[in-house]
Design a protein around this ligand. Structure first.
Ligand SMILES: [Zn+2]
Length: 392
C-alpha cells in the first residue's frame, strides 16, 4: 500500500503518547486498516517535516574539493567572484542541488525553497538543473524555486527576459535583490519584479541585505507594491537586516506595515549582521521563517542543511533560553516556514500531509538545544530516512 503508514507510539510536538495514521499520504483518524505498514516510534517526539525556507541548491560545493575563500568583503565582490569561479569549478547545478537536497532530507527537511541564479552568463542552467533534481526527488522532498537575479536585474540587460523564461519553465516565485545597492534603481527594480509576479500570477521573494535607512526605503517600496497589486500573503523579504537597526521610529511603523501587507520575513539568525527583531515581529503578527542560505559555497564555508541546528542558531541569536522561548525557535523552522511558503495541509493533525520527523528527546526545548540524531523522516507516508540513513 503506497503512502500508507501507521506511526506508533510517538509524542506529537512533545505531547501525549499516540499513534499517527497516514493513508494515501494524508493523516487520518484511526483505527488503521489491516495490513498497513507500521513504524515503531519508540516514544520519540514527532515534529512536522522541517521547512528550509531559503537556500541556494544550485551552487553548493558539497562533495567538491575544499574551496579556498579569498573573496573581498563587499556583496558585489562575492557576486563577481562567484560568476568568475563558476567558469572553472565543476558546479553542475543538477548534481549539486541533489547532494544538498538529500542532506536536507536526512536532517528532516521535507520542504525546501531554493533561490536559483538566473543571469546573462549561466542563463537558465541553474533552473533546469534544480528542476531536474526536484523531479528526481519528488517522493522525498518538495522543492520550490525562486528565479533569482543574483547579479542584478536592470544593470544586466537581458536578465528580465531570462526571468520570464524561468517562470515559464516552472519556477514558482520571482526573486529580487537589493533594489538600491545592486541595481541602483530602486523603483525600477521593485516595479519590474512585481510586474513579472503580477503577469505570471506568482509570489515574490526579495533578498534585502541593505542596512538602515537604505533598506527601510526599499522595504517601503516593496510594501507599497504588495498592497497596490493585492499580493498580501504572497511576498517574502529575506534577511531584512534593516529591521535590526535601533531606531524604533523607523522600525515600528515598518513592522506594522509588514503585518498589514502580510509580508513574511526570512532570517538566517545571522551571527554577523543586525537581525530583524523576532519577538516583536511575531507579536505584531508577521510570519517569520528561517533558512540556511548558502551552504558551503563561494560565499561562505559554513552550513550543514540541518534546520534543527538553524533553530538553535535562532535561539542563540535572539537570546532564547526559557523552554517556552525555544518553542518559538521551533515554530520558525516549522509552522513559520509553512505559512511563509503557503504550504497547504501542514502539521500533524488529521487532514494534514503525512510528513514528519522523529527525534529522541523529552521536550521541544531539548530538541532545539540538542538537535538529537539519528532522525527518522517520513514524506507523505513514505519512510525516506530510517535512523539517519536515507532509504534506497
Ligand atoms: Zn540567499
Amino acid at each position: 500500500m503506497p503512502n500508507d503508514l501507521l506511526v506508533q507510539s510517538v509524542r506529537p510536538l512533545g505531547g501525549d503518547l499516540s499513534d499517527i495514521l497516514i493513508l494515501a499520504g494524508r493523516i487520518v483518524q484511526g483505527p488503521a486498516p489491516a495490513g498497513v505498514p507500521i513504524l515503531d516510534g519508540g516514544g520519540r517526539i514527532a515534529l512536522p517535516g522541517l521547512v528550509e525556507a531559503h537556500t541556494h541548491l544550485d551552487k553548493s560545493l558539497i562533495g567538491l574539493p575544499w574551496y579556498r575563500n579569498e573573496v573581498g568583503p563587499r556583496l558585489i565582490d562575492k557576486i563577481e567572484n562567484e560568476r568568475k569561479v563558476r567558469r572553472t569549478l565543476p558546479i553542475d547545478p543538477r548534481r549539486q542541488s541533489e547532494r544538498q537536497a538529500l542532506l536536507s532530507v536526512a536532517h528532516g527537511s521535507t520542504f525546501i525553497r531554493s533561490h536559483v541564479d538566473v543571469d546573462t552568463e549561466c542563463g537558465l542552467a541553474g533552473i533546469e538543473g534544480v528542476m531536474a533534481t526536484r523531479e528526481a526527488l519528488a517522493d522525498v522532498v518538495a522543492i520550490d524555486l525562486v528565479a533569482f537575479p543574483q547579479s542584478g536585474l536592470l544593470v544586466r540587460p537581458g536578465t528580465v527576459e531570462l526571468l520570464e523564461r524561468a517562470l515559464r519553465l516552472g519556477a514558482e516565485t520571482v526573486g529580487g535583490l537589493d533594489p538600491c545597492a545592486i541595481d541602483r534603481d530602486p523603483r525600477g527594480h521593485v516595479d519590474t519584479v512585481f510586474r513579472l509576479a503580477d503577469k505570471f500570477g506568482r509570489g515574490v521573494d526579495i533578498h534585502l541585505h541593505e542596512p538602515n535607512d537604505m533598506g527601510a526605503f526599499s522595504m517601503e517600496l516593496i510594501i507599497e507594491r504588495t498592497i497596490a497589486l493585492g499580493m498580501q500573503g504572497k511576498v517574502m523579504i529575506s534577511h531584512a537586516f534593516c529591521l535590526g537597526m535601533p531606531d524604533a521610529t523607523v522600525v515600528d511603523p515598518l513592522i506594522d506595515a509588514l503585518a498589514e501587507a502580510r509580508i513574511a520575513i526570512m532570517t538566517t539568525a545571522s551571527a554577523s549582521r543586525t537581525v530583524p527583531p523576532l519577538k516583536r515581529l511575531v507579536q505584531a503578527g508577521v510570519v517569520v521563517c528561517a533558512g540556511s542560505d548558502g551552504i558551503r559555497d563561494t560565499w561562505g564555508p559554513y552550513g550543514n542543511a540541518d534546520m534543527l541546528e538553524r533553530a538553535m542558531f535562532v535561539g542563540q541569536r535572539y537570546n532564547l533560553r526559557r523552554d517556552d522561548e525555544l518553542t518559538l525557535a521551533l515554530d520558525v523552522i516549522t509552522t513559520g516556514g509553512a505559512r511563509a511558503l503557503n504550504l497547504e495541509g501542514y502539521g500533524l493533525t488529521p487532514g494534514c500531509g503525512g510528513d514528519l520527523v522523529l527525534v529522541d528527546a523529552a521536550t521541544i526545548a531539548e530538541v532545539v538545544a540538542q538537535r538529537p540524531r539519528p532522525r527518522t523522516v517520513v514524506k507523505r507516508g513514505h519512510v525516506t530516512v530510517r535512523e539517519g540513513m536515507l532509504e534506497p
